[in-house]
Ligand binder design. Sequence first.
Ligand SMILES: Nc1nc2c(ncn2[C@@H]2O[C@H](COP(=O)(O)OP(=O)(O)O)[C@@H](O)[C@H]2O)c(=O)[nH]1
Ligand SMILES: [Mg+2]
Length: 200
Amino acid sequence: MFHLAKGLYASWNRKEQYSVLILGLDNAGKTTFLETLKKESALSSRPLDKIAPTVGQNVATLPLASHPGVLLKVWDVGGQEALRAMWSEYYAQCHGIVFVVDSTDRARMDECRETLTSVVTDDEAEGVPILMLANKQDRPDRMEIEDIKEIFNQIAAHLGARDSRVLPVSSLTGEGVLDAIEWLVVRLERNKANRPPQYK
Ligand SMILES: Nc1nc2c(ncn2[C@@H]2O[C@H](COP(=O)(O)OP(=O)(O)O)[C@@H](O)[C@H]2O)c(=O)[nH]1
Ligand SMILES: [Mg+2]
């Protein structure tokens, strides 16, 4: 009996899957981030379960070498202004949000902050861990991570008790990408216990 229970637990555990939304303005590097994640997953030599992309949306289900029992279902839903209105449709189903920022795009930093504010103040996204990625850190004309943190800390007031972090990455070179995902997965697992049943 104990073995049966243990076996059931193990098989349930093997299928642990979290849905993660990749958001951010158009041109921030969302699709590049997802493609890099796919590449990193393939390196772990486990099968990659790709779902055919539909217009304006890419979805991939990724195994994680560092967390063998975990699958990440990652949604890249498009960041053009017309598509942003659709983001909230996904909030109730997601366990975590990655918000990608183009660290070189000073001209759109205000738009970026306003967009992120509307994400974090949406009731449907309440309590979901938020990871902000200061992307394109490989570029010499990037803003420094400390300056980007200062901008996004202004949003912290809306975040309540939820987990959030700003991390530097280059989706193009892959620098920092796995560290960022590691931060997120730890929070996803920790947060799971605290969410209402319909979100699990
Ligand atoms: N230098 C550099 N360019 C990047 C990086 N991430 C994305 N890009 C470039 O930024 C542009 C937009 O990237 P894309 O992934 O299509 O952005 P999306 O609209 O947010 O999906 C492309 O030309 C990418 O090659 C990065 O980390 N470093
Ligand atoms: Mg894209």
